[in-house]
Ligand binder design. Structure first.
Ligand SMILES: [Zn+2]
Length: 445
């Protein structure tokens, strides 16, 4: 790429990008440039794209104000409505007159491309937080650190999404594929991904999915750690420890079950884990327990391993109940098993266009030699489990103490988040008149 214009900011940006692309090209792809490389260089050289990247940077302070405003609208699990309505209003103000809230509570805006509707790429962030109603969500600042429950997770993602929407619309950047911007509900624990479950149920034509969740952009999630969680309630007759000795005990049955679970063996690759996270039960030291309950968490990067573990564990628990009954020659010990969490597992291959696109964007924006690909549990789980290309990318900035009331955020290079999302979206959806979409149109089943 040659720069012949005067040193305007735009030209400087082109020069920077060109240098970065060249560096990256030699460092990471010593062989011939792939079609994605070629497309990417065209995108980076496009004046509208350069202007949009600059505008996103200029929008940094406004985006931070937006992030704080969103944080101060409570959005407990299943009670995201007020925040959803605000997010809808913002999307409408930024140009999506037809944006709406679907039957599950997701906020959706469709940005039509010039390619007749496909491929269709979703770019999303989640509206819900883990914090219950009544939590003080007011934003506080101390020594340049912003403190508030949910300030990063996922208010940053929502603010990054709005900044991206604002700048891509203002510059009339036209894509080939459609881009669907979504604020989802039900990402956190008890929501069990109900938002994205509804989204994929209602839209069979989604070809790719991006979730903006987490902060630093050099960490990309391309693996979905699946989890199954159960509450198990052991129930027996209960009675006096001396007078009614001879009855089966709910606590003893649960103890047998925990001992068996403790000895389970699981693979380290794919990483597969289990734990009895909480226990409770009994009424008194001198009573045979009539009830005991425990909560069990199982996780794996592979659905197959998760299901194998689950089948074994449930079997052991039933065995434990049978043994407790047999010990006292009884049939009065029973168990109630309730599934309380269900997140599917999945993986997106390193050579898939969505991972490749993200890697190039991150390398350019953050000028980072290294992008870490990791497993996590996010909105992308659902797409990944269905074989739909998906990644979860950072919204920009630094932070910590997730899911705690002491959550903190520092807006260090925060605009990297929406800039990274912009480039990733353009590679995948295609820049009209310049590049073809890297995302493949999926065959409908
Ligand atoms: Zn989150």
């Amino acid at each position: 790429m040659r720069i012949t214009r005067t040193r305007s900011a735009a030209a400087a940006a082109v020069l920077l990008m060109a240098t970065l692309v060249a560096t990256q090209g030699s460092a990471q792809t010593p062989s011939a440039a792939t079609p994605i490389d070629t497309a990417y260089q065209l995108i980076l050289a496009n004046p509208k794209v350069i202007k949009t990247l600059e505008d996103i940077k200029a929008d940094d302070d406004t985006a931070l104000v937006e992030q704080k405003r969103i944080t101060e609208i409570p959005a407990p699990p299943f009670k995201e409505k007020v925040r959803a309505e605000y997010f809808l209003k913002r999307m409408q103000e930024l140009g999506f007159k037809d944006a709406s809230i679907d039957s599950e509570g997701n906020v959706i805006a469709l940005r039509k491309g010039r390619g007749g509707g496909r491929p269709k790429l979703v770019v999303s962030a989640h509206l819900d937080t883990v914090f219950p109603e009544g939590t003080d969500v007011s934003v506080k600042e101390k020594d340049g650190v912003i403190l508030a429950p949910g300030i990063g997770d996922d208010s940053r993602g929502l603010a990054a999404l709005l900044s991206l929407i604002k700048c891509i619309n203002a510059n009339e950047v036209a894509t080939v594929g459609d881009v669907m911007f979504v604020g989802t509900v039900g990402e956190e624990e008890l929501g069990n991904l109900r938002g994205v479950k509804a989204l994929f149920r209602d839209h069979a034509d989604i070809d790719g999915f991006i979730s903006i969740d987490g902060l630093g952009i050099t960490r990309v999630v391309n693996q979905a750690t699946g989890s199954h969680r159960y509450e198990m309630i052991f129930k027996g007759p209960g009675g006096h420890s001396f007078q009614e000795f001879g009855l089966p005990s709910a606590i003893h049955a649960m103890g047998r079950a925990i001992a068996k679970i403790s000895d389970l063996q699981t693979p380290s690759d794919p990483k597969t884990t289990f734990t009895v996270g909480t226990v409770s039960g009994g009424t008194s030291v001198n009573a045979i327990a009539g009830e005991a309950r425990m909560a069990v968490d199982m996780r794996s990067d592979s659905t197959e391993e998760l299901l194998k573990l689950e089948a074994r564990l449930l079997d052991l628990v039933k065995q434990a109940v049978a043994e407790e009954n047999a010990r006292w020659n009884s049939d009065r010990m029973t168990i109630e098993i309730k599934m309380i969490g269900d997140r599917p597992a999945g993986i997106v291959a390193m050579d898939s266009p969505i991972v490749q696109a993200t890697q190039r964007a991150v390398t350019t924006i953050a000028r980072a030699p290294r992008v870490t690909f990791a497993g996590s549990s996010t909105d992308s789980n659902l797409a990944m489990s269905q074989g739909i290309p998906a990644v979860t990318i950072g919204g920009g900035g630094e932070g910590g103490n997730w899911h705690s009331r002491n959550e903190w955020y520092k807006p260090v290079d925060a605009y990297f988040g929406p800039q990274n999302a912009l480039l990733t979206v353009l590679i995948l959806a295609g820049l009209d008149g310049v590049t073809k979409p890297a995302l493949t149109v999926r065959q409908s089943k």
